[in-house]
Design a protein around this ligand. Structure first.
Ligand code: NAI
Length: 781
């Protein structure tokens, strides 16, 4: 587009930010970059070019890392980690503060370099990317200052591998590095191959700021380098932001390795406009939701859901607004839409638009003749199942449809495999507050969109990944319980000596599914013997079909998730009471099964644990988050959904209760497989459930072979999370098979870290049984 055309369209002349300082910095570096390892840049090696997507010009040559570079970076990070941790939170806080100050000082250079490398409009880089990156380091300097006093029983993972995308290069770096460093980890980070320059400038700043060598290491290259990091044996935790396909592959590659993992993946976030929304604000909201960063935003409001009665008028208004969006030179301060990341992305989006059905609208906006520019596009009237309504387009393309009632809006909004964000527009606050909690999304904005802050947890559900970034919750993802863990010894069942049944406790137990005692699908049971080899009873061997039935029953019991904490507490208290009434029976059973005299103590502890879970049922509060946005930002604790779990093998009653209690208390439904060697206590516990008003389907109890049932639990698409505290290490199968649905997993890797034994009461269970939803309620000033 010529300057003259641009003037005619808007009445403004161009106001171009100078690229001189950023280009001079590139020249100073020789236009060629190596990696940043152990506090210094390596010599540039064979590599690839970084382009300006708005012009196609080459900005610099970068080095493709090889295995040796990755090894060197991991070694440097490992060497530095102990000392960095021992510096203490307060010592690390000073370094994070210094980095924040340096970003602030070089804000303009960072912003312009980001624009040159990424193609985003300078207004966004200047007002959003760089200030938020800065704020992230400041906020985490504070969290580092407080971590030792506020999180005393935690320790860092060690060395973290972090892989980030190209859409918010410096901001994603800040999101990853700041919490990792605050918690005492050291890092090897790989920026996206398209946009490594601000990461390299940041490396330069680490050097200038005197960050100890090896604490931050940056290696450049494509996905093969990412994969080297993901599979490197010297790395303890992987954090990834990017596409769902790569996230899934990373889940598979890390399965069973013991590496901690957080994934922030794609989205197809709904933008819901009710008939009582302020239309002008909502139209501006749409602009920010889908045309920020050319729509290349994981939480972009890319599905517009309009209440039918206002749809036509709203779309007319929106089309008129679209015609005024300026597409062009990203360095021009008047530009609304810059260049996409590269020509491949542009051509991909253009092809999707070309093949789309529905009513298409693209304004007659002049586009620059060269560069990866793509006009804003609206496609209305698609069916909910249309691929464009379901798949992430990751470009400036908005799809839209209509709804009649709030219930229909919620159903449409949730009709997606993703669950990252959602936006609700209504002037009726109570309507918004009814709808927001029902949306399957980790972040919900009411009368707002794309609000982000270092203090506010961000992250998704379903195929949008797991884990949160930002705030205390984000910090927690970079720590683990402190202390030594010991290897778990596999507990095998006792063998029989052929003696006849041991009198009064001979029984043939059944599975408990959907509130009914049922025989296992295959009809198989196994003998359960006591320590002396006497037959104690028979435990059913559940099969795949039984798990499926149990999941169906659990799905049907969704009303439990909508009950109040008070109501759930009453039922848990009732369970404790009924267990107490049968304490002697359970004591005998536990003693016989385990061959110990620990039964009475275990029953007492199980009763106490139910009381604790009842106590927590209405106290796992969210909080109000202090963000710079006026109004309220809240975190809510919501149930995860259906949780499948393999119960601990030891402490067969207490283990069951330790898992079931928090699951139920937080509003989830359970599909539990009892202790494998000692299953009878769990099956006897059915009597307690039946007499305690537990709604059918909330607690389903099965017994059988953990190893056989683990893949079925992990692979079931309607289970939201799988836990394993089995004494067998089943982490490989569970983590690998969970990749298809990207479900949450919490599994032991053959050590006691996750199930430290019968003392395993604590927040970890409650945390794992809840999802954080961040609800933004900005005040209209
Ligand atoms: P991508 O997921 O391939 O790339 C993100 C990062 O992962 C880059 O640093 C890349 O080098 C690295 N990577 C690629 N393959 C890897 C592997 N096998 N192991 C480890 N790391 C690997 O995303 P891409 O190809 O750049 O974009 C494709 C689509 O992904 C987009 O069109 C969009 O739909 C989605 N995407 C989502 C993002 C988000 O913020 N959620 C960001 C970027 C892309």
């Amino acid at each position: 587009m010529t300057e003259q055309q641009s003037d005619q369209m808007t009445g403004y002349g161009p106001a171009r930010e100078s690229a001189a300082e950023a280009l001079a910095w590139l020249v100073d570096q020789g236009d060629r970059f190596g990696h940043f390892i152990d506090g210094a840049f390596t010599a540039p090696g064979n590599g690839f070019m970084s382009h300006n997507p708005a012009t196609g010009e080459v900005l610099a040559t970068l080095t493709q890392a090889g295995a040796r570079d990755v090894d060197a970076a991991v070694d440097a990070a490992r060497k530095a980690q102990g000392k960095w941790h021992r510096l203490g939170g307060k010592g690390r806080a000073r370094h994070l503060y210094a980095l924040a100050r340096m970003i602030q000082k070089h804000a303009r250079l960072f912003a312009v370099l980001e624009v040159l490398d990424n193609g985003k409009p300078i207004r966004e880089a200047r007002d959003i990317d760089i200030p938020l990156a800065q704020r992230h380091f400041y906020h985490h300097a504070g969290l580092a200052q407080l971590i030792d006093s506020e999180c005393p029983d935690t320790e860092p993972h060690g060395v973290c591998g972090q892989i980030i995308p190209w859409n918010f290069p410096l901001l994603m770096l800040a999101w990853k590095l700041a919490p990792a460093l605050a918690a005492g980890n050291t890092v090897i980070l790989k920026p996206a191959e398209q946009t490594s320059l601000t990461a390299l400038l940041f490396a330069d700043i680490c050097r200038q700021a005197g960050l100890p060598k090896g604490v931050v290491n940056i290696v450049t290259g494509d996905g093969t380098v990412g994969e080297m990091i993901v599979t490197h044996a010297g790395i303890d935790k992987i954090a990834f932001t990017g596409s769902t396909a790569v996230g899934r592959r990373i889940r598979e590659l890390t399965a069973g390795s013991g590496k901690a993992l957080t994934l922030e993946l794609g989205g197809k976030s709904p933008f819901i406009v009710f008939d009582d929304a302020d239309p002008d604000s909502a139209v501006e909201g749409v602009v920010d939701a889908i045309w920020l960063n050319q729509g290349q935003v994981c939480c972009a409001g890319s599905r517009l859901l309009l209440q039918e009665s206002i749809a036509e008028a709203f779309l007319d208004k929106l089309r008129a607004r679209m015609a005024r969006l300026r597409v062009g030179d990203p360095l021009d301060k008047n530009t609304d839409i810059g260049a996409m990341i590269d020509m491949t992305a542009r051509d991909r989006v253009a092809a999707l638009v070309e093949g789309a059905g529905g009513a298409r609208f693209t304004p007659d906006t002049p586009l620059p003749e060269t560069g990866a520019f793509c006009p804003p596009t609206l496609i209305a009237g698609l069916s909910p199942a249309d691929p464009l309504m379901q798949d992430e387009i990751f470009g400036p393309v908005l799809v839209s449809t209509t709804f009649r009632t709030p219930a229909e809006a919620v159903a449409l909004a949730n009709d997606t495999r993703y669950g990252l964000a959602a936006s609700v527009w209504s002037e009726d606050i109570s309507r918004a507050l009814v709808v927001a909690p029902q949306l399957a999304a980790g972040v919900v904005w009411v009368n707002g969109t794309n609000m982000l802050d270092a203090a506010a947890p961000f992250g998704g559900l379903r195929e949008s990944g797991f884990g949160r970034e930002g705030g205390w919750e984000g910090l927690a993802a970079y720590t683990r319980p402190a202390g030594k863990s010991r290897p778990l010894a596999r507990i095998a069942p006792f063998a029989g000596n052929g003696d006849p049944a041991a009198g009064d406790i001979d029984r043939t137990a059944k599975l408990y599914i959907g509130g009914k005692q049922v025989r296992p699908d295959g009809g198989y049971s196994r003998n359960v013997y006591g320590k002396a080899g006497k037959l104690l009873g028979q435990a059913p061997m559940a099969a795949r079909k039984d798990i499926r039935n149990a999941v169906e029953a659990a799905r049907g019991a969704s009303a439990w998730g909508r009950s109040t904490g008070h109501q759930r507490a009453q039922i848990l208290y009732y369970m404790a009471e009924n267990l107490s009434a049968r304490a002697d029976d359970f004591t005998r059973l536990v003693n016989h099964m385990t061959g110990t005299r620990g039964g009475a103590k275990e029953v007492e502890a199980a009763i106490d644990r139910l009381f604790t879970c009842a106590a927590w049922a209405d106290k796992m509060d969210g909080r109000s988050v202090d963000t710079p946005v006026p109004g309220l930002t809240l975190t809510l604790r919501q149930p995860v959904g259906v949780i499948g779990a393999l119960c601990p093998d030891e402490a067969p009653l207490l283990g069951l209760v330790s898992v079931l209690g928090p699951i139920m208390a937080m509003g989830n439904r359970a599909v539990l497989v009892a202790s494998e060697p000692f299953p009878l206590a769990a099956l006897e516990f059915v009597q307690v459930l039946e007499t305690s008003d537990v709604p059918a389907g909330v607690a389903n109890l099965l017994s059988g072979c953990h190893e056989d049932l683990a893949p079925t639990l992990a692979g079931h698409m309607d289970i939201d999370a799988v836990w394993s505290f089995s004494s067998s290490d089943l982490s490989g199968a569970i983590e690998r098979d969970s990749a298809a649905s990207l479900k949450r997993t919490w599994v032991n890797h053959g050590t006691t870290r996750d199930w430290p034994g019968p003392q395993g009461e604590g927040r970890a269970f409650l945390d794992a049984a809840t999802e954080i939803k961040t609800l933004w309620l900005p005040a209209a000033l």
